[in-house]
Write a protein that binds this ligand. Structure first.
Ligand code: UCC
Ligand code: FAD
Length: 584
């Protein structure tokens, strides 16, 4: 021991060097692009209020929320099937920090801000900015918030009246005692993507106009929520149901009654997951669940699409927020870790690695902000037809692209900490585990690529036309800054190639289009992200780094669908070869 070196009970010497850990700073103040974006777009009377709220909230993240998020990860939910006297109770027990997150979410108006519309068309930009700062510290409470926001959106689009008045008020409340969260129960054992043929749940009409639901939901996240929206097939008087999409209707369900008993729901088990362990995700037997139908019969999928738009945007928030967080921690660490005679930040190769992550994250961030800007305009009735088309198109594009980016960037980000990035108690690996789900739930990459095609087909090409027009307008406005010319040329030429491809592909038929759907969606993403980077860099307040990000992004292949098409990979022969390769 330090006191008495001869003591037989002295502690062993473990060395004197201890690495300083990366510290979480004020995430608003550390985010030049977020600040720049807000400065550029928000009207002056809104900017001051929004920034001071975000700065205060960022302090709260450091002083309170980050630790709660950690507790949620360390104390995952568990399921208690029976009470001590043998009664079946199916209680999902969450930790106190999870409960506290719910209160904080209400206090901070993390859902409410989107519906109060205090800042008019900029309300969504404000809400999304706040959620983007919040989500990497949220202990995945961002998941119930996403679905809560989605449910509020559906109710608002149906009309806040009658039986839906109460849930809407609760979902958008700032009062922690009243605030409700919602689930979204779509997936059944036969299909989470193919909901139309996978849904077996039957809704039996009751004499009072309500329904009883019988079925099995295979994945239900945040099952501790107060209410949920779910899909089922209405049975006719002979007990028959209509198969396929046309048989599905949307239902509103309160999960518990006033005494807190489950609404004829049995929680079969909690899922044992790679990540998102903070959130309870359950398998549920619906055994006569009392429900109200809130869509027209047979319009279930179309009605829940409003929710999907919101939850998919939240998925993007999470992807971008977590990329930003790992970079901010990584660059802080690079000022403290001293190797080969200098700090990590003085090793050019390390900075190159981080700069590449930074460019990815900036592009993704601007796409997220454009989506939230469009959503805010749509909800305040000031969106043009072009903007509505862009919102429809960019939602799946952004979700599918940033979900993949997040895994790549966060994985690279862990490596920036060397071995420590792999250590659970640093709190870093959870970011990677949780990112892996972003490309799976809310529609996988392929399903969303097909959704992109759906949006083009449904609008008879007007969505694609909007894409071209919007980019051309943005490039034209950006032409004031000659330093951007190489980036603009790259975008223009990729857009031209994409236009030619789109024409050819519609002539080649549906098989060709489906086979090229993923590469096509990636091309839309890269071209549009390039455009947004150019657009931002052309702003008079832009920095040299904004310019550099635009130039670097546009050095990559912006239109992979055309590059790949040249190899013939969307032909029938090539497709047959794919299968042969996989199954040899
Ligand atoms: O995973 C889930 C929750 C996870 C936890 C929450 C996390 C939130 C993020 C938080 C981050 C921390 S919930 C489960 C999510 N499941 C999915 O996303 C399902 C994936 N599958 C699809 O998206 C499929 O494409 C389906 C189910 C939509 C396909 O259904 P159908 O019935 O085969 O599709 P149809 O027949 O083409 O479309 C039916 C109608 C059409 O409208 P009408 O009838 O008017 O022509 C479509 O235009 O629905 C319309 N529709 C849409 N409308 C379909 N998709 C959309 C859309 N995306 N937007 C607008
Ligand atoms: P499948 O549809 O079987 O897909 C398997 C693979 O096939 C995927 O790679 C997919 O891209 C591909 N594929 C499918 N169809 C096509 C096609 N036509 N063309 C090309 N490729 C295709 N669901 C809810 O409803 N509520 C929840 O709260 C919820 N929480 C979840 C939480 C977690 C942690 C996870 C992992 C999932 C959750 N889900 C939830 C379910 C999730 O939405 C589904 O798992 C997802 O939509 C995929 O559906 P699936 O599992 O049936 O996969």
């Amino acid at each position: 021991g330090a006191e008495d070196p001869s003591s037989p009970f002295s502690r062993s010497l473990i060395g004197t060097f201890f690495q300083d850990q990366p510290l979480l700073g004020n995430q608003l103040l550390e985010d030049a692009l977020l600040q720049g974006y807000l400065r550029r777009h928000l009207p002056p009377e809104v900017l001051g209020e929004v920034c001071s709220d975000l700065e205060r909230f960022s302090e709260r993240l450091c002083s309170e929320i980050q630790a709660l998020g950690r507790q949620c990860e360390e104390t995952p939910p568990r399921l208690q099937h029976y009470d001590p006297w043998g009664r079946r109770v199916d209680r999902i027990i969450t930790c106190p920090a999870w409960g506290r997150m719910k209160e904080i979410s209400a206090e901070e108006g993390l859902v409410a801000a989107g519906y109060e519309r205090t800042y008019g068309q900029w309300s969504r930009v404000y809400q999304v900015s706040k959620l983007y700062l919040y989500c990497p510290s949220a202990g995945l409470f961002s998941c119930p918030l996403a679905m809560t926001d989605g449910a509020a959106k559906i109710i608002e689009s149906i009309g806040v009246s009658g039986l839906l008045e109460k849930p809407f008020r609760q979902l958008t409340s700032r009062d922690p005692k009243r605030f409700w969260t919602s689930g979204q129960w779509m997936t059944e054992r036969k299909g989470g993507s193919d909901v139309a043929s996978g849904t077996e749940t039957v809704a039996k009409p009751q004499p009072d106009g309500t329904y009883r639901l019988y079925g099995f939901k295979w994945f239900t996240s945040a099952t501790d929520s107060d209410m949920t929206l779910t899909l089922a097939r209405v049975a006719d008087k002979h007990g028959q149901t209509l198969q396929g999409s046309k048989g599905l209707s949307l239902f509103y369900v309160e999960v518990r009654d006033e005494q807190g008993n489950l609404n004829n729901i049995e929680v079969q088990r909690l899922k044992d997951k790679l990540g998102t362990r903070q959130v309870p995700t359950a398998e549920l037997l619906l055994d006569g669940v009392r429900a109200q139908r809130i869509s027209e019969e047979g319009r279930g999928v179309a009605s829940i699409a409003n929710m999907l738009t919101i939850t998919r945007i939240h998925n993007v928030i999470s992807a971008v927020g977590c990329m930003r967080r790992i970079i901010n921690l990584g660059r802080e660490y690079a000022t403290k870790r001293f190797v080969f005679g200098k700090f990590l930040k003085e090793h050019p190769l390390h900075m190159q690695t981080m700069a590449r992550m930074e460019v990815e994250t900036r592009a993704a961030f601007l796409l997220l902000m454009e989506l939230s800007r469009l959503l805010g305009r749509e909800e305040t009735g000031c969106a043009s037809e072009l903007e509505l088309h862009m919102l429809r198109l960019l939602t799946p594009v952004a979700k599918l692209y940033t979900g993949k980016q997040a895994v790549a960037v966060i994985s690279e980000g862990l490596e920036c900490f060397g071995g420590q990035g792999y250590m659970e108690d640093t709190g870093l690996p959870v970011l990677l585990r949780d990112a892996q789900v972003l490309s799976i739930w809310e529609g996988t990459t392929n399903i969303l690529s097909l959704d992109v095609l759906r949006s083009l087909a449904k609008s008879r090409g007007r969505v694609l036309e909007a894409f071209f027009t919007d980019i051309k307008r943005k490039l034209e406005a950006a032409s004031v800054r000659p330093a951007l010319t190489p980036a603009m040329k790259a975008v223009e030429s990729s857009l031209h190639s994409l236009g030619q491809f789109a024409q050819v592909s519609s002539e080649r038929g549906p098989d060709f289009m489906q086979l090229s759907a993923r590469d096509f969606a990636y091309s839309l993403a890269r071209i549009y992200m390039g455009t947004l980077l150019v657009d931002h860099a052309a702003w008079e307040g832009a920095s040299q780094s904004d310019l550099c990000a635009a130039l670097r992004w546009c050095e990559q292949d912006l239109c992979p669908v055309v590059t790949k098409e040249k190899t013939g990979c969307y032909s029938r022969d090539s497709s047959a070869m794919d299968t042969a390769l996989v199954y040899e």
